[in-house]
Write a protein that binds this ligand. Structure first.
Ligand SMILES: NC(=O)c1ccc[n+]([C@@H]2O[C@H](COP(=O)([O-])OP(=O)(O)OC[C@H]3O[C@@H](n4cnc5c(N)ncnc54)[C@H](O)[C@@H]3O)[C@@H](O)[C@H]2O)c1
Length: 251
């Protein structure tokens, strides 16, 4: 019996992928990676001019759209502007506020949970439901190791709770749509070098010391796992939360 070439299962030619928060950092790298794998890319982010500039050079078939994932109408407007339901949705848009609970304002709490958790819900309500009705689709959510452990020395109650929520939404949608041809998985990155982790007040030496591999991860080391989850190479996976953290959560 002839076995098909396993590498063909990583091919995304003919598929369209929407990446939220695609203007920079991990989201932009996911755009480049999925484009290299053959997908048509839609980068969605808050500011149209920024995301348009970022889209240049990402790949041969890349479009940029404005979208605020905290606003369900903005997500529905994005869906209307795109027209067809995408094959792949990467819920990557995220924000962080670092402070102990006593210094976390109500606004901080609402800001972080609105983007990180509500945003995933709104995008899945619009695109995931449409995928399930169509009978095919793939969702990859960007969670965090902070969704399952409390990192040190800084604290971020809203960030931690929002990412735990992303992991649970991943499993919830995965079960709901498993028989409708839609897979939903998540990635839980450790510390990755992006603008999000570049605040000079952060105790980076502690973070590195607490990471068994002794370094930050690169955006391409997250994007390649997103590629795997978004492709048929992971066809029997749904509801999984994959650590990409240099071993951080082992200790
Ligand atoms: N960098 C890390 O160490 C790390 C670790 C674990 C998880 N993550 C997660 O990875 C994802 C990407 O992080 P990053 O490091 O690339 O961050 P980043 O700050 O570099 O990029 C985040 C992007 O999201 C966009 N965004 C913010 N609010 C939005 C909204 N309401 N609607 C649409 N877009 C919005 C921003 O404009 C920005 O382009 C986030 O979900 C983050 O929580 C990052």
């Amino acid at each position: 019996m002839m076995h098909p070439n396993i590498l063909n299962r990583f091919d995304l030619a003919g598929r369209t992928a929407i990446i939220t928060g695609g203007a920079r950092g991990i989201g932009l790298e996911i755009g480049r990676t999925l484009s290299m794998a053959g997908a048509s890319i839609i980068l969605a982010d808050l500011d149209l001019e920024t995301v348009k500039k970022a889209a240049v050079g990402v790949g041969p078939d890349v479009k940029a759209f404005q979208c605020d994932v905290t606003d369900p109408q903005s997500v529905r407007d994005l869906a209307a502007a795109i027209g067809a339901c995408p094959d792949i949705l990467v819920n990557n848009a995220g924000v962080v506020r670092v402070a102990p609970t006593k210094d976390t304002s109500d606004d901080d709490w609402h800001f972080v949970t609105s983007v990180n958790l509500n945003g995933v819900f709104h995008c899945c309500k619009t695109f995931g439901v449409a995928m399930a009705e169509r009978g095919s689709g793939n969702v990859v959510n960007i969670g965090s190791m902070c969704g399952s452990i409390v990192v040190r020395p800084q604290n971020g109650p809203a960030y931690n709770a929002s990412k735990a929520g992303v992991h649970m939404l991943t499993k919830t949608f995965a079960c709901e749509w498993a028989k409708s041809g839609v897979r939903v998985n998540a990635i839980a990155p450790g510390y990755i070098s992006t603008e999000m982790t570049s605040d000079p007040s952060y105790e980076i030496s502690t973070w590195v010391e607490l990471t068994p591999m002794g370094r930050f991860g690169r955006t391409d080391e997250v994007a390649s796992v997103v590629h795997f989850l978004a492709s048929d190479a992971s066809s029997y996976m749904t509801g999984s939360v994959i650590s990409v953290d240099g071993g951080y959560t082992c200790w």
